[in-house]
Design a protein around this ligand. Sequence first.
Ligand code: HEM
Length: 404
Amino acid sequence: MAGTAVEELDLPLFDYLDPQLRGEQLHRVVRDLRERGWLARAPIGYVVLDREAAEFFLRAREAVFPGLKIAELFGVPEGPLLEQIRRNILNLTGDSHRRLRNLVNPFFTPRAADRRRPLMRELLAALWEKLSAEKRCEAVGALCEPYPAQAIARVVGAPLADAPLLERWSGLIQQQFDGPALLARRDEIERACAEFYEYCAALIGERRARPRDDLVSELVRAEQEGDRLSDVECMNLVLNVLVGGVETTQAQLAHALRLFATHPKQWQLLAERPELAGRAVEEVLRFEPVTPFTARLLERDVEFRGVRFPAGTVVMVCQLAANRDGVPGDPDRFDIARPPGGPRTLAFGAGIHYCLGANLARVELEEALAFLAPRMPNLALDGEVVLGTVHGVYGVEQLPLRWR
Ligand code: HEM
């Protein structure tokens, strides 16, 4: 390879671990870096900032998601958590990854997601009943957390009453991607994995005896060219769906409501034209993706744009910056009436690990926004918004809202 070694470049620094990196500050920092080039140095590696570079590293065959590396660095011992990390679809590559995706993809097509719309409306109506009279709420606890947790419980095939339990496990097990949390709460995360496996094994047994219209029943039945999923594979896929699908959609809905509460004309437009719900979801995903960063670990040397990245380098991909690249008009403006046909969002990643639940998440979010916009006129913030960190999933901790 003839390119310049990345460590020899004079690059701007990006402090990914800065606790102030959220809200407007996050956007300012990322915009500033983006203006200075496509590459910056981060505490644990490098970060790429434009669309082409983001797609290149997300799709690179020489790169893997660094889940196993995080487990190794933070000393996760043999046990249910390590077993789960080894089997997590995000950490698989090649044939073993392809095989699982081929078996589960049919349950997450746009059509399969569309069939869930009545369920989404039913869940929203039940949650709304408790809220409509008040005209104010703390939206994270009242809407954004319960709705996706209930939706995933029903899609998976667990009783609705177990949604809080599944949400608790998924929240804890999700922390496998967050090194410091792994150090601080490892026993609790281990316990959550073991409890989940026990719960899911029982659910698989029930559905094998009496199949229904849900993911567990379909996974138990899933077969392609004589290839079947084992119970262990089934359990881990259900877990991947939970871990991938609860916190992400919760956070994305909360950011959506926060954006609309601070862009009242856009909310009014959506209430008047519910057919814009699909475009509203795309704009929220473009403007404030809840995975503003993901990462890849290079297993072999890689050269890109004349820069040599040695094997072992961690390359962070900034989806937040990449999503604004090549967008016609002003990319820093939140505008749900943006003409369709702009570049596709990177909020769901790209390449072999492209989000399994993208269609389901879009339907969940679309139904929620179309349902809420006409029912919450004059939506506004009703106190201080508390934002989470950008490590892992960028969430909202508190979102006080009012409407009339
Ligand atoms: C707004 C909501 C969501 C966002 C922003 C999101 C984002 C992402 C991203 C960025 C990735 C790729 C990560 C990488 O390559 O480094 C991913 C993968 C994944 N997502 Fe989602 N996700 C969402 C909802 C869901 C839902 C509802 C499910 C449930 C099925 C789900 C399940 C998964 C799974 C299983 C993977 C791993 C796929 C693989 O490795 O092949 N996600 N998601």
